[in-house]
Design a protein around this ligand. Structure first.
Ligand code: SF4
Ligand code: FES
Length: 252
């Protein structure tokens, strides 16, 4: 049964991208284990505001595991100690009375800290803009999408890859700060479908080039990304990305 717990928080505070950050310690009393992790942070911020202090800045939007905004590193794990969930889906029943919880922002050269726990993940948008789309004409007299036969296995793998919500946990978990799992999911969801094959060669090269340009590291197959991904994106997508990339280079 859920009960109320007292916890200690060690939260990363940083006023801006160029400011020096530090851990601040807070005590919270009577937190319901039935509340979500973000609701617990809401309680902290209410407490700080009542004390006339600056609230802790953190990103969130849907609070349903869909948007990928809630990028928190909790007790050494992106999205916390549970598996295949986002921070907003994490509940306080994962923690015990008297626990100390350490909360940090994503730490990666590709995601600079904006303030406190909020990072700039615009680099992911830039990677998508470089090729993560299909330039098909969606108006006029196009055939029904269901009229194109697609093997069931391919459709399922494409759907699995499309589950990526662009949260960046894979980058935060990787000792090299590699974005390969994210890029491979975005390349795979299109490469596996006939509509995506038309621009596949251009797409793989452009997205990998953009990823390198933006300072993300190389993949050394530690699989930390797969372990920490809230959507269970498989590293088999990285193998597909490598095949797509090498195939594209051979056509140069
Ligand atoms: S691959 Fe997983 S961890 Fe990486 S951005 Fe997508 S959902 Fe997040
Ligand atoms: S707030 Fe949208 S996934 Fe967590």
């Amino acid at each position: 049964m859920d009960k109320n717990i007292d916890i200690t928080l060690k939260v990363w505070r940083q006023k801006g991208p160029k400011e020096k950050g530090f851990f601040e310690t807070y005590q919270l009393k009577g937190i319901s284990q039935g509340s979500s992790f973000l609701e617990m942070l809401d309680v902290l911020n209410e407490q700080l505001i009542n004390e006339g202090k600056d609230p802790v800045v953190f990103d969130h939007d849907c609070r349903e595991g869909i948007c990928g905004m809630c990028s928190l590193y909790i007790n050494g794990h992106p999205h916390g100690p549970d598996t295949e969930i986002t921070t907003c889906q994490l509940h306080m029943r994962k923690f015990n009375d008297g626990d100390t919880i350490t909360i940090e922002p994503w730490r990666s050269a590709g995601f600079p800290v904006i303030r406190d726990l909020m990072v700039d993940r615009y680099a992911f948008d830039k990677i998508i803009q470089s090729g993560g789309f299909v330039s098909v004409n969606t108006g006029g007299t196009l055939p029904d999408a269901n009229a194109i036969p697609i093997p069931k296995h391919n459709a399922e793998m494409a759907m699995d890859a499309a589950a990526c919500i662009g949260c960046g946990a894979c980058v935060a978990a990787c000792k090299n700060g590699s974005a390969m799992l994210f890029v491979s999911a975005k390349v795979s969801q299109l490469a596996l479908l006939p509509q995506g094959r038309v621009e596949a060669t251009k797409r793989a090269k452009a997205m990998v080039a953009k990823m390198d340009e933006l300072g993300f590291g190389n993949c050394t197959n530690t699989r930390a990304c797969e372990m920490e991904c809230p959507k269970g994106i498989s590293v088999s997508n990285i193998a597909r990305l490598n095949r797509e990339f090498i195939g594209a280079k051979l056509k140069d």
